[in-house]
Design a protein around this ligand. Structure first.
Ligand SMILES: [Zn+2]
Length: 346
């Protein structure tokens, strides 16, 4: 099969199109014939070897994907060959206390597909049968592949952890990122007022089409001062943070009393200082977040259904590259040129 592999960690140039052998599935697994795979920042770290450990080489990256079931393991009786599905990318043991309680993303073995085993930049991928879900009606494979990781992450952060409520003010950083464009939509779905940031007016205009109420161009204005101005110095109830470093540090100063900051990814810098006086005196809460649960993916997928003709959430597609152009796709993400998801068509 065709697959994008790398044999050593490095820049986008280490990704090469190769002919590799098709995976062989076990009794509880399925073989998925991929039609589309979506990029995430995680893929950059897997490729560069900078954040993830235990990555076997050579390696096929990729966590998000959608396609058609090509084979099912002999113990799998609830799926059939030919089913169109998307990938639920969190892999856990399925039999520990956390998995039994539904908190599978807190399982000690929890990891994302495409890190410890081969991922989705390929014609075929094997994965546990419990890690696929039906594609919401009316969505194509490109759209389906662009949903899971970012919408699950944003849902867990806003709904699972900070428990967003109608009328609250939410600051969503980096509207153009996959997770930012998902968070804006989810916050609006819950009736919040959304302030978002981006590095260009063009991105802020697109963010408003997703429902954002206010936009801050962080290259031209200080976002802390702008949040104070927009909220009449009250501050926001929730900060949705995924950059780390200075953005994390300054975000603390945008929170209202009793505010919550939820952070994931730290795509710019994973060190962030905090002035503890603000934390205790303003009764702030910090949430760390990594992915979400299998159940939460089912919850969020309901809002992509088109049953009433009025779909409430939509994947945001920036661009589609052929599989062989994966290095160009990685360059585009690393240069932060995208608004929404970059997808590989397989
Ligand atoms: Zn477990």
């Amino acid at each position: 099969m065709n697959a994008i592999c790398f044999h050593a960690f490095g820049g986008p140039e280490v990704l090469t199109l190769e002919n590799t052998s098709r995976p062989v599935i076990g009794p509880n697994e399925v073989l998925l014939h991929l039609k589309a795979a979506a990029l995430n920042h995680l893929d950059m770290w897997v490729r560069s070897g900078t954040r993830e450990r235990n990555i076997p080489l050579p390696h096929i990256p990729g966590s998000d994907g959608a396609g058609i079931i090509a084979e099912i393991g002999i113990a799998v009786d609830y799926l059939k060959v030919g089913d169109p599905v998307l990938i639920s990318p969190g892999i856990s043991c399925g039999h520990c206390d956390m998995c039994f309680s539904g908190n599978d993303n807190l399982c000690r073995t929890f990891h994302v597909l495409g890190t410890r085993e081969d991922g989705t930049y390929a014609e075929f991928v094997k994965l546990p049968a419990v890690n696929v879900q039906p594609i919401p009606a009316g969505l194509d494979f490109t759209q389906a592949a662009a949903i899971p990781l970012v919408f699950l992450t944003a849902w867990h952060m806003l709904v699972g952890l900070t428990k967003i409520k109608p009328g609250e003010i939410v600051l969503v950083h980096a509207a153009g990122s996959g997770v930012g464009s998902a968070a804006i939509q989810i916050a609006k779905l819950f009736g919040a007022h959304v302030i978002t940031t981006a590095g260009s007016e063009e991105k802020l205009t697109k963010a408003k089409t997703l429902g954002a109420d206010d936009g801050i161009n962080y290259k031209e204005k200080d976002f802390v001062e702008e949040v104070k101005r927009l909220t009449a110095r009250r501050g926001v109830d929730i900060v949705f943070e995924h950059n780390g470093g200075e953005i994390f540090e300054k975000s603390i100063f945008t929170l209202a009393k009793g505010g919550r900051l939820v952070t994931c990814g730290s795509t710019s810098d994973y060190i962030g200082k905090i002035d503890l006086r603000y934390l205790f005196a303003k009764h702030l809460t910090l949430h760390g977040s990594f992915m979400g649960t299998k159940r939460e993916l089912i919850d969020v997928l309901r809002f992509f259904e088109n049953g009433t003709g009025n779909r409430q959430l939509m994947p945001v597609i920036d661009s589609v590259f052929p599989l062989a152009k994966a290095p160009d796709a990685h360059h585009r993400m690393e240069e932060r040129k995208n608004f929404g998801k970059i997808v590989l068509s397989v």
